[in-house]
Design a protein around this ligand. Structure first.
Ligand code: DAH
Length: 360
């Protein structure tokens, strides 16, 4: 073995390396040069037969070539990998500005659309979205919301209970989104301004009730929040949502364990000729429950009622969707009837915002 042979071998390998068309070729070249039975590795084996002086000098040269070849293989591999990635990105790219294909059949369910509309309106007012689990415990769904054990209001919720768990807890499917008020107040500091859209469950089924339905909860906690904020906020919401700028609202005293005072909000409507119309026509339609958060609820969440107050509200998503889009029967929402979905569904890319897509 001579220096010339080593140089020739090196030049050959480097030339092959530069010419390697793909990563597999690089790998094959690496094995053929540096692998166990590779050409350079083979040279190392010849060292044993050499005189000590010669062995040292030649050994060093082999090592230099070895490093050079390894570096060349690495850099060629990097170039090929980058090119492969480029090619893949180019082949997988898509033009997001292309119009939706006309044959696309999917539509957005009115529930999704309504939730998006509600979120758009409250986001504009500075609200965030919060959420919590569908499976709740008694504490969050009832006790912390000031439903004492045995309180009759618990019975009104027709709760689905789960079998008693190993820890002795009786978990349940949340009967309203209000437990997320508790979770929110216990996990973050005021000021709080959240909406909580989500699924809720009650054991009930008729034209206006389904065992699973949706609510959106509102919660505002601060140091100077009062009933007029509640009123202004909810009035602004219904005006924007229904697209009636001067829509009048009416607050009737009511009862909820977790608010004091509590109210139900009505909006103006007409029922003339059996047709329901939203607007200032002299008749009234109940739309949501609301009130100032009860001091006991604040206390249960570790907030001092002498420092913090706030308001809460809750409404049914299906109900406000039915009213806005003229859907007569609640049960049809969940029957997955394609004809219904095509009729009441929304274009998937028509994203609602306060400035567009909220009314059609
Ligand atoms: N959780 C109530 C229900 O499901 C609705 C509700 C009423 C929520 C008043 C509230 C509220 O936050 O203040 O019937």
């Amino acid at each position: 073995m001579t220096n010339t042979t080593l140089t020739t071998l090196r030049d050959q390998i480097l030339a092959d390396c530069t010419a390697a068309p793909d990563i597999a070729a690089i790998e094959a070249l690496r094995v053929s040069a540096l692998g166990k039975k590779g050409s350079i590795t083979g040279l190392m084996k010849d060292l044993g037969a050499m005189a000590p002086e010669e062995r040292r000098a030649f050994g060093q040269q082999i090592n230099v070539v070895k490093d050079e070849v390894a570096a060349a293989l690495e850099s060629r591999k990097a170039v090929l990998e980058a090119a492969a990635l480029e090619a893949r990105l180019a082949s997988e790219s898509m033009d997001v500005t292309l119009p939706v294909r006309p044959e696309t059949k999917g539509t957005l369910h009115p529930i999704s659309q309504t939730m998006d509309e509600v979120a758009a309106i409250f986001a504009q007012m500075g609200f965030e979205i919060a959420d919590g689990p569908d499976i709740e415990d008694d504490f969050h769904n009832f006790t912390a919301l000031n439903f004492p054990p045995g309180h009759p209001a618990r019975e009104m919720h027709d709760t689905f209970f789960l079998p008693t768990a190993e820890d002795g807890q009786r978990y349940l499917l949340r009967t309203h989104t209000s437990p997320v008020q508790i979770r929110t107040m216990m996990s973050r500091k005021p000021p709080i301004r959240v909406i909580i859209p989500g699924r809720t469950y009650r054991c009930d089924y008729d034209m206006t009730h389904t065992p699973m339905f949706h609510q959106v909860e509102l919660l505002v906690i601060d140091t100077a929040t009062n009933m007029s904020h509640l009123r202004g906020c909810l009035q602004e919401f219904v005006r924007t949502y229904f697209g009636v700028d001067d829509l009048t609202t009416r607050f009737r005293p009511s009862f909820f364990p977790f608010t004091e005072p509590s109210a139900e909000m009505d909006i103006g409507c007409s029922r003339k000729g059996g047709e329901l119309k939203i607007g200032n026509y002299g008749d009234w339609l109940e739309i949501l429950g609301c009130g100032m958060v009860h001091p006991n609820v604040l206390r249960a969440c570790g907030l001092d009622p002498d420092v913090y107050q706030g308001f809460a509200a809750g409404m049914g998503i299906e109900r406000i969707a039915m009213l806005k889009y003229g859907i007569p029967d609640l049960r049809t929402f969940f029957e997955s009837d394609l004809r219904w979905l095509r009729h009441y569904g929304f274009a998937a890319l028509d994203i609602p915002s306060v400035t567009g897509g909220l009314t059609r």
